[in-house]
Design a protein around this ligand. Structure first.
Ligand SMILES: NC(=O)c1ccc[n+]([C@@H]2O[C@H](COP(=O)([O-])OP(=O)(O)OC[C@H]3O[C@@H](n4cnc5c(N)ncnc54)[C@H](O)[C@@H]3O)[C@@H](O)[C@H]2O)c1
Length: 322
């Protein structure tokens, strides 16, 4: 059986997913939806047997798809998911789920009614360093965590607008919030302070804060802060440092550094987490066994709620209980 996959959004990540999928046995990328027919045709030209469409409805009316990857900016969610839910087609959606809480809540209801298979692109969950940290945490007491996403502003125009991306904490730093939940459990309260220090003075149309620090209480008793900036010239650190009774676990893009009693052990991620994420989702689509999917829409909704609550807290100046 060859799985027929459609891709919605032909920017950086839509094409990244398409290229990885096209290399797999038993998988064919057979449709692309873009904001114009021309963009969709350009993307589909690169994949044999594929066709371009200017709307999700056009694509779903024309061909049969076993699953669809949604790789659009945060503001563009809604119609795509609803069309897939209506037809019962499983989807993998890139994080974040949206710019607010209302729309993803409505989408989740539809998913649950249809018992639809979903996966969300929180790829840190598929890293070997993350697996090792979870193992080590079984024998250690997590005390607190410090998280970071320190970098420069992505060039795409939607990112710099609050209504386009939801801001850095919702759009990017969500990975670290998700990693915190995945390793240390649920968040019960957030308090956020954001600022606009620099980017709006040097770039047109910037409405996202460019610095922020969020304090989080966890239901299990640990505490955390997660900070972000998009105003430095080049990427600095992104990751989560978990302080435990036996030392520090530093999780980042490349793996885990475990510092136990002054002795450092490194666990490098050897496998591509996006490939593992695909593998888990496609296995579920093929067999109905969803057990390998590490982030479903329902789970990702909890991460999204935390990031939106941080935005609310920064706006009101008050802590938000979840
Ligand atoms: N998991 C990760 O590590 C990771 C990395 C990068 C991006 N992402 C996520 O992927 C999503 C897309 O990011 P990107 O970097 O590819 O952005 P991008 O701007 O490069 O591409 C987005 C594309 O979607 C198109 N689009 C907008 N509305 C659409 C609609 N209604 N239908 C079809 N296409 C539409 C845009 O025209 C654009 O071509 C974002 O949510 C981002 O956070 C995830």
């Amino acid at each position: 059986m060859t799985l027929q996959i459609g891709i919605v959004g032909t920017g950086w990540f839509g094409m990244m997913h398409a290229e990885k999928l096209a290399k797999l046995d038993g998988v064919k990328v057979t449709g692309f939806v873009a904001t114009s027919q021309q963009k969709a045709d350009e993307a589909s030209k690169r994949f044999e047997g594929s066709k371009g469409y200017s709307s999700i409805h056009q694509m779903l009316d024309d061909r049969k798809f076993d699953a669809v990857y949604i790789c659009v900016p945060p503001f563009a969610h809604g119609e795509i998911e609803k069309a897939l839910i209506a037809r019962g087609i499983p989807f993998l959606v890139e994080k974040p789920l949206g710019v607010d809480e209302e729309l993803p809540t409505e989408i989740l209801k539809g998913i649950e009614e249809k018992k639809l298979i979903t996966s969300v692109g929180y790829h840190f969950r598929y890293m070997e360093g993350t697996d090792r940290a979870k193992e080590l945490l079984r024998e250690r007491t997590a005390l607190m965590a410090l998280g970071y996403w320190m970098g420069s502003m992505p060039g795409v125009s939607w990112w710099r607008k609050m209504e386009g991306s939801g801001g850095q904490f919702v759009e990017q730093t969500t990975h670290i919030v998700d990693l915190l939940r995945y390793t240390l459990g649920e968040v019960s309260e957030v308090y956020a302070a954001y600022g606009e220090r620099y980017m709006s003075t040097v770039e047109e149309g910037v409405s996202v804060p460019d610095v922020g620090t969020v304090t989080l209480k966890l239901a299990g008793g640990a505490v955390a802060t997660i900070s972000n900036t998009c105003a430095i010239p080049a990427g600095d650190r992104s990751g989560l440092h978990i302080y435990t009774n036996k030392g520090v676990l530093e999780l980042g893009h490349s793996g885990l550094i475990d510092t136990e009693a002054g002795r450092k052990t490194e666990y490098a991620n050897r496998q591509d987490p996006y490939e593992l994420e695909n593998d888990a989702f496609l296995h579920a689509v093929k067999t109905g066994d969803t057990s390998r999917i590490r982030s479903t829409y329902a789970d990702a909704m909890q991460t999204h709620r935390v990031t939106v609550a941080a935005n609310d807290s920064a706006r009101t100046g008050l802590p938000v209980k979840l």
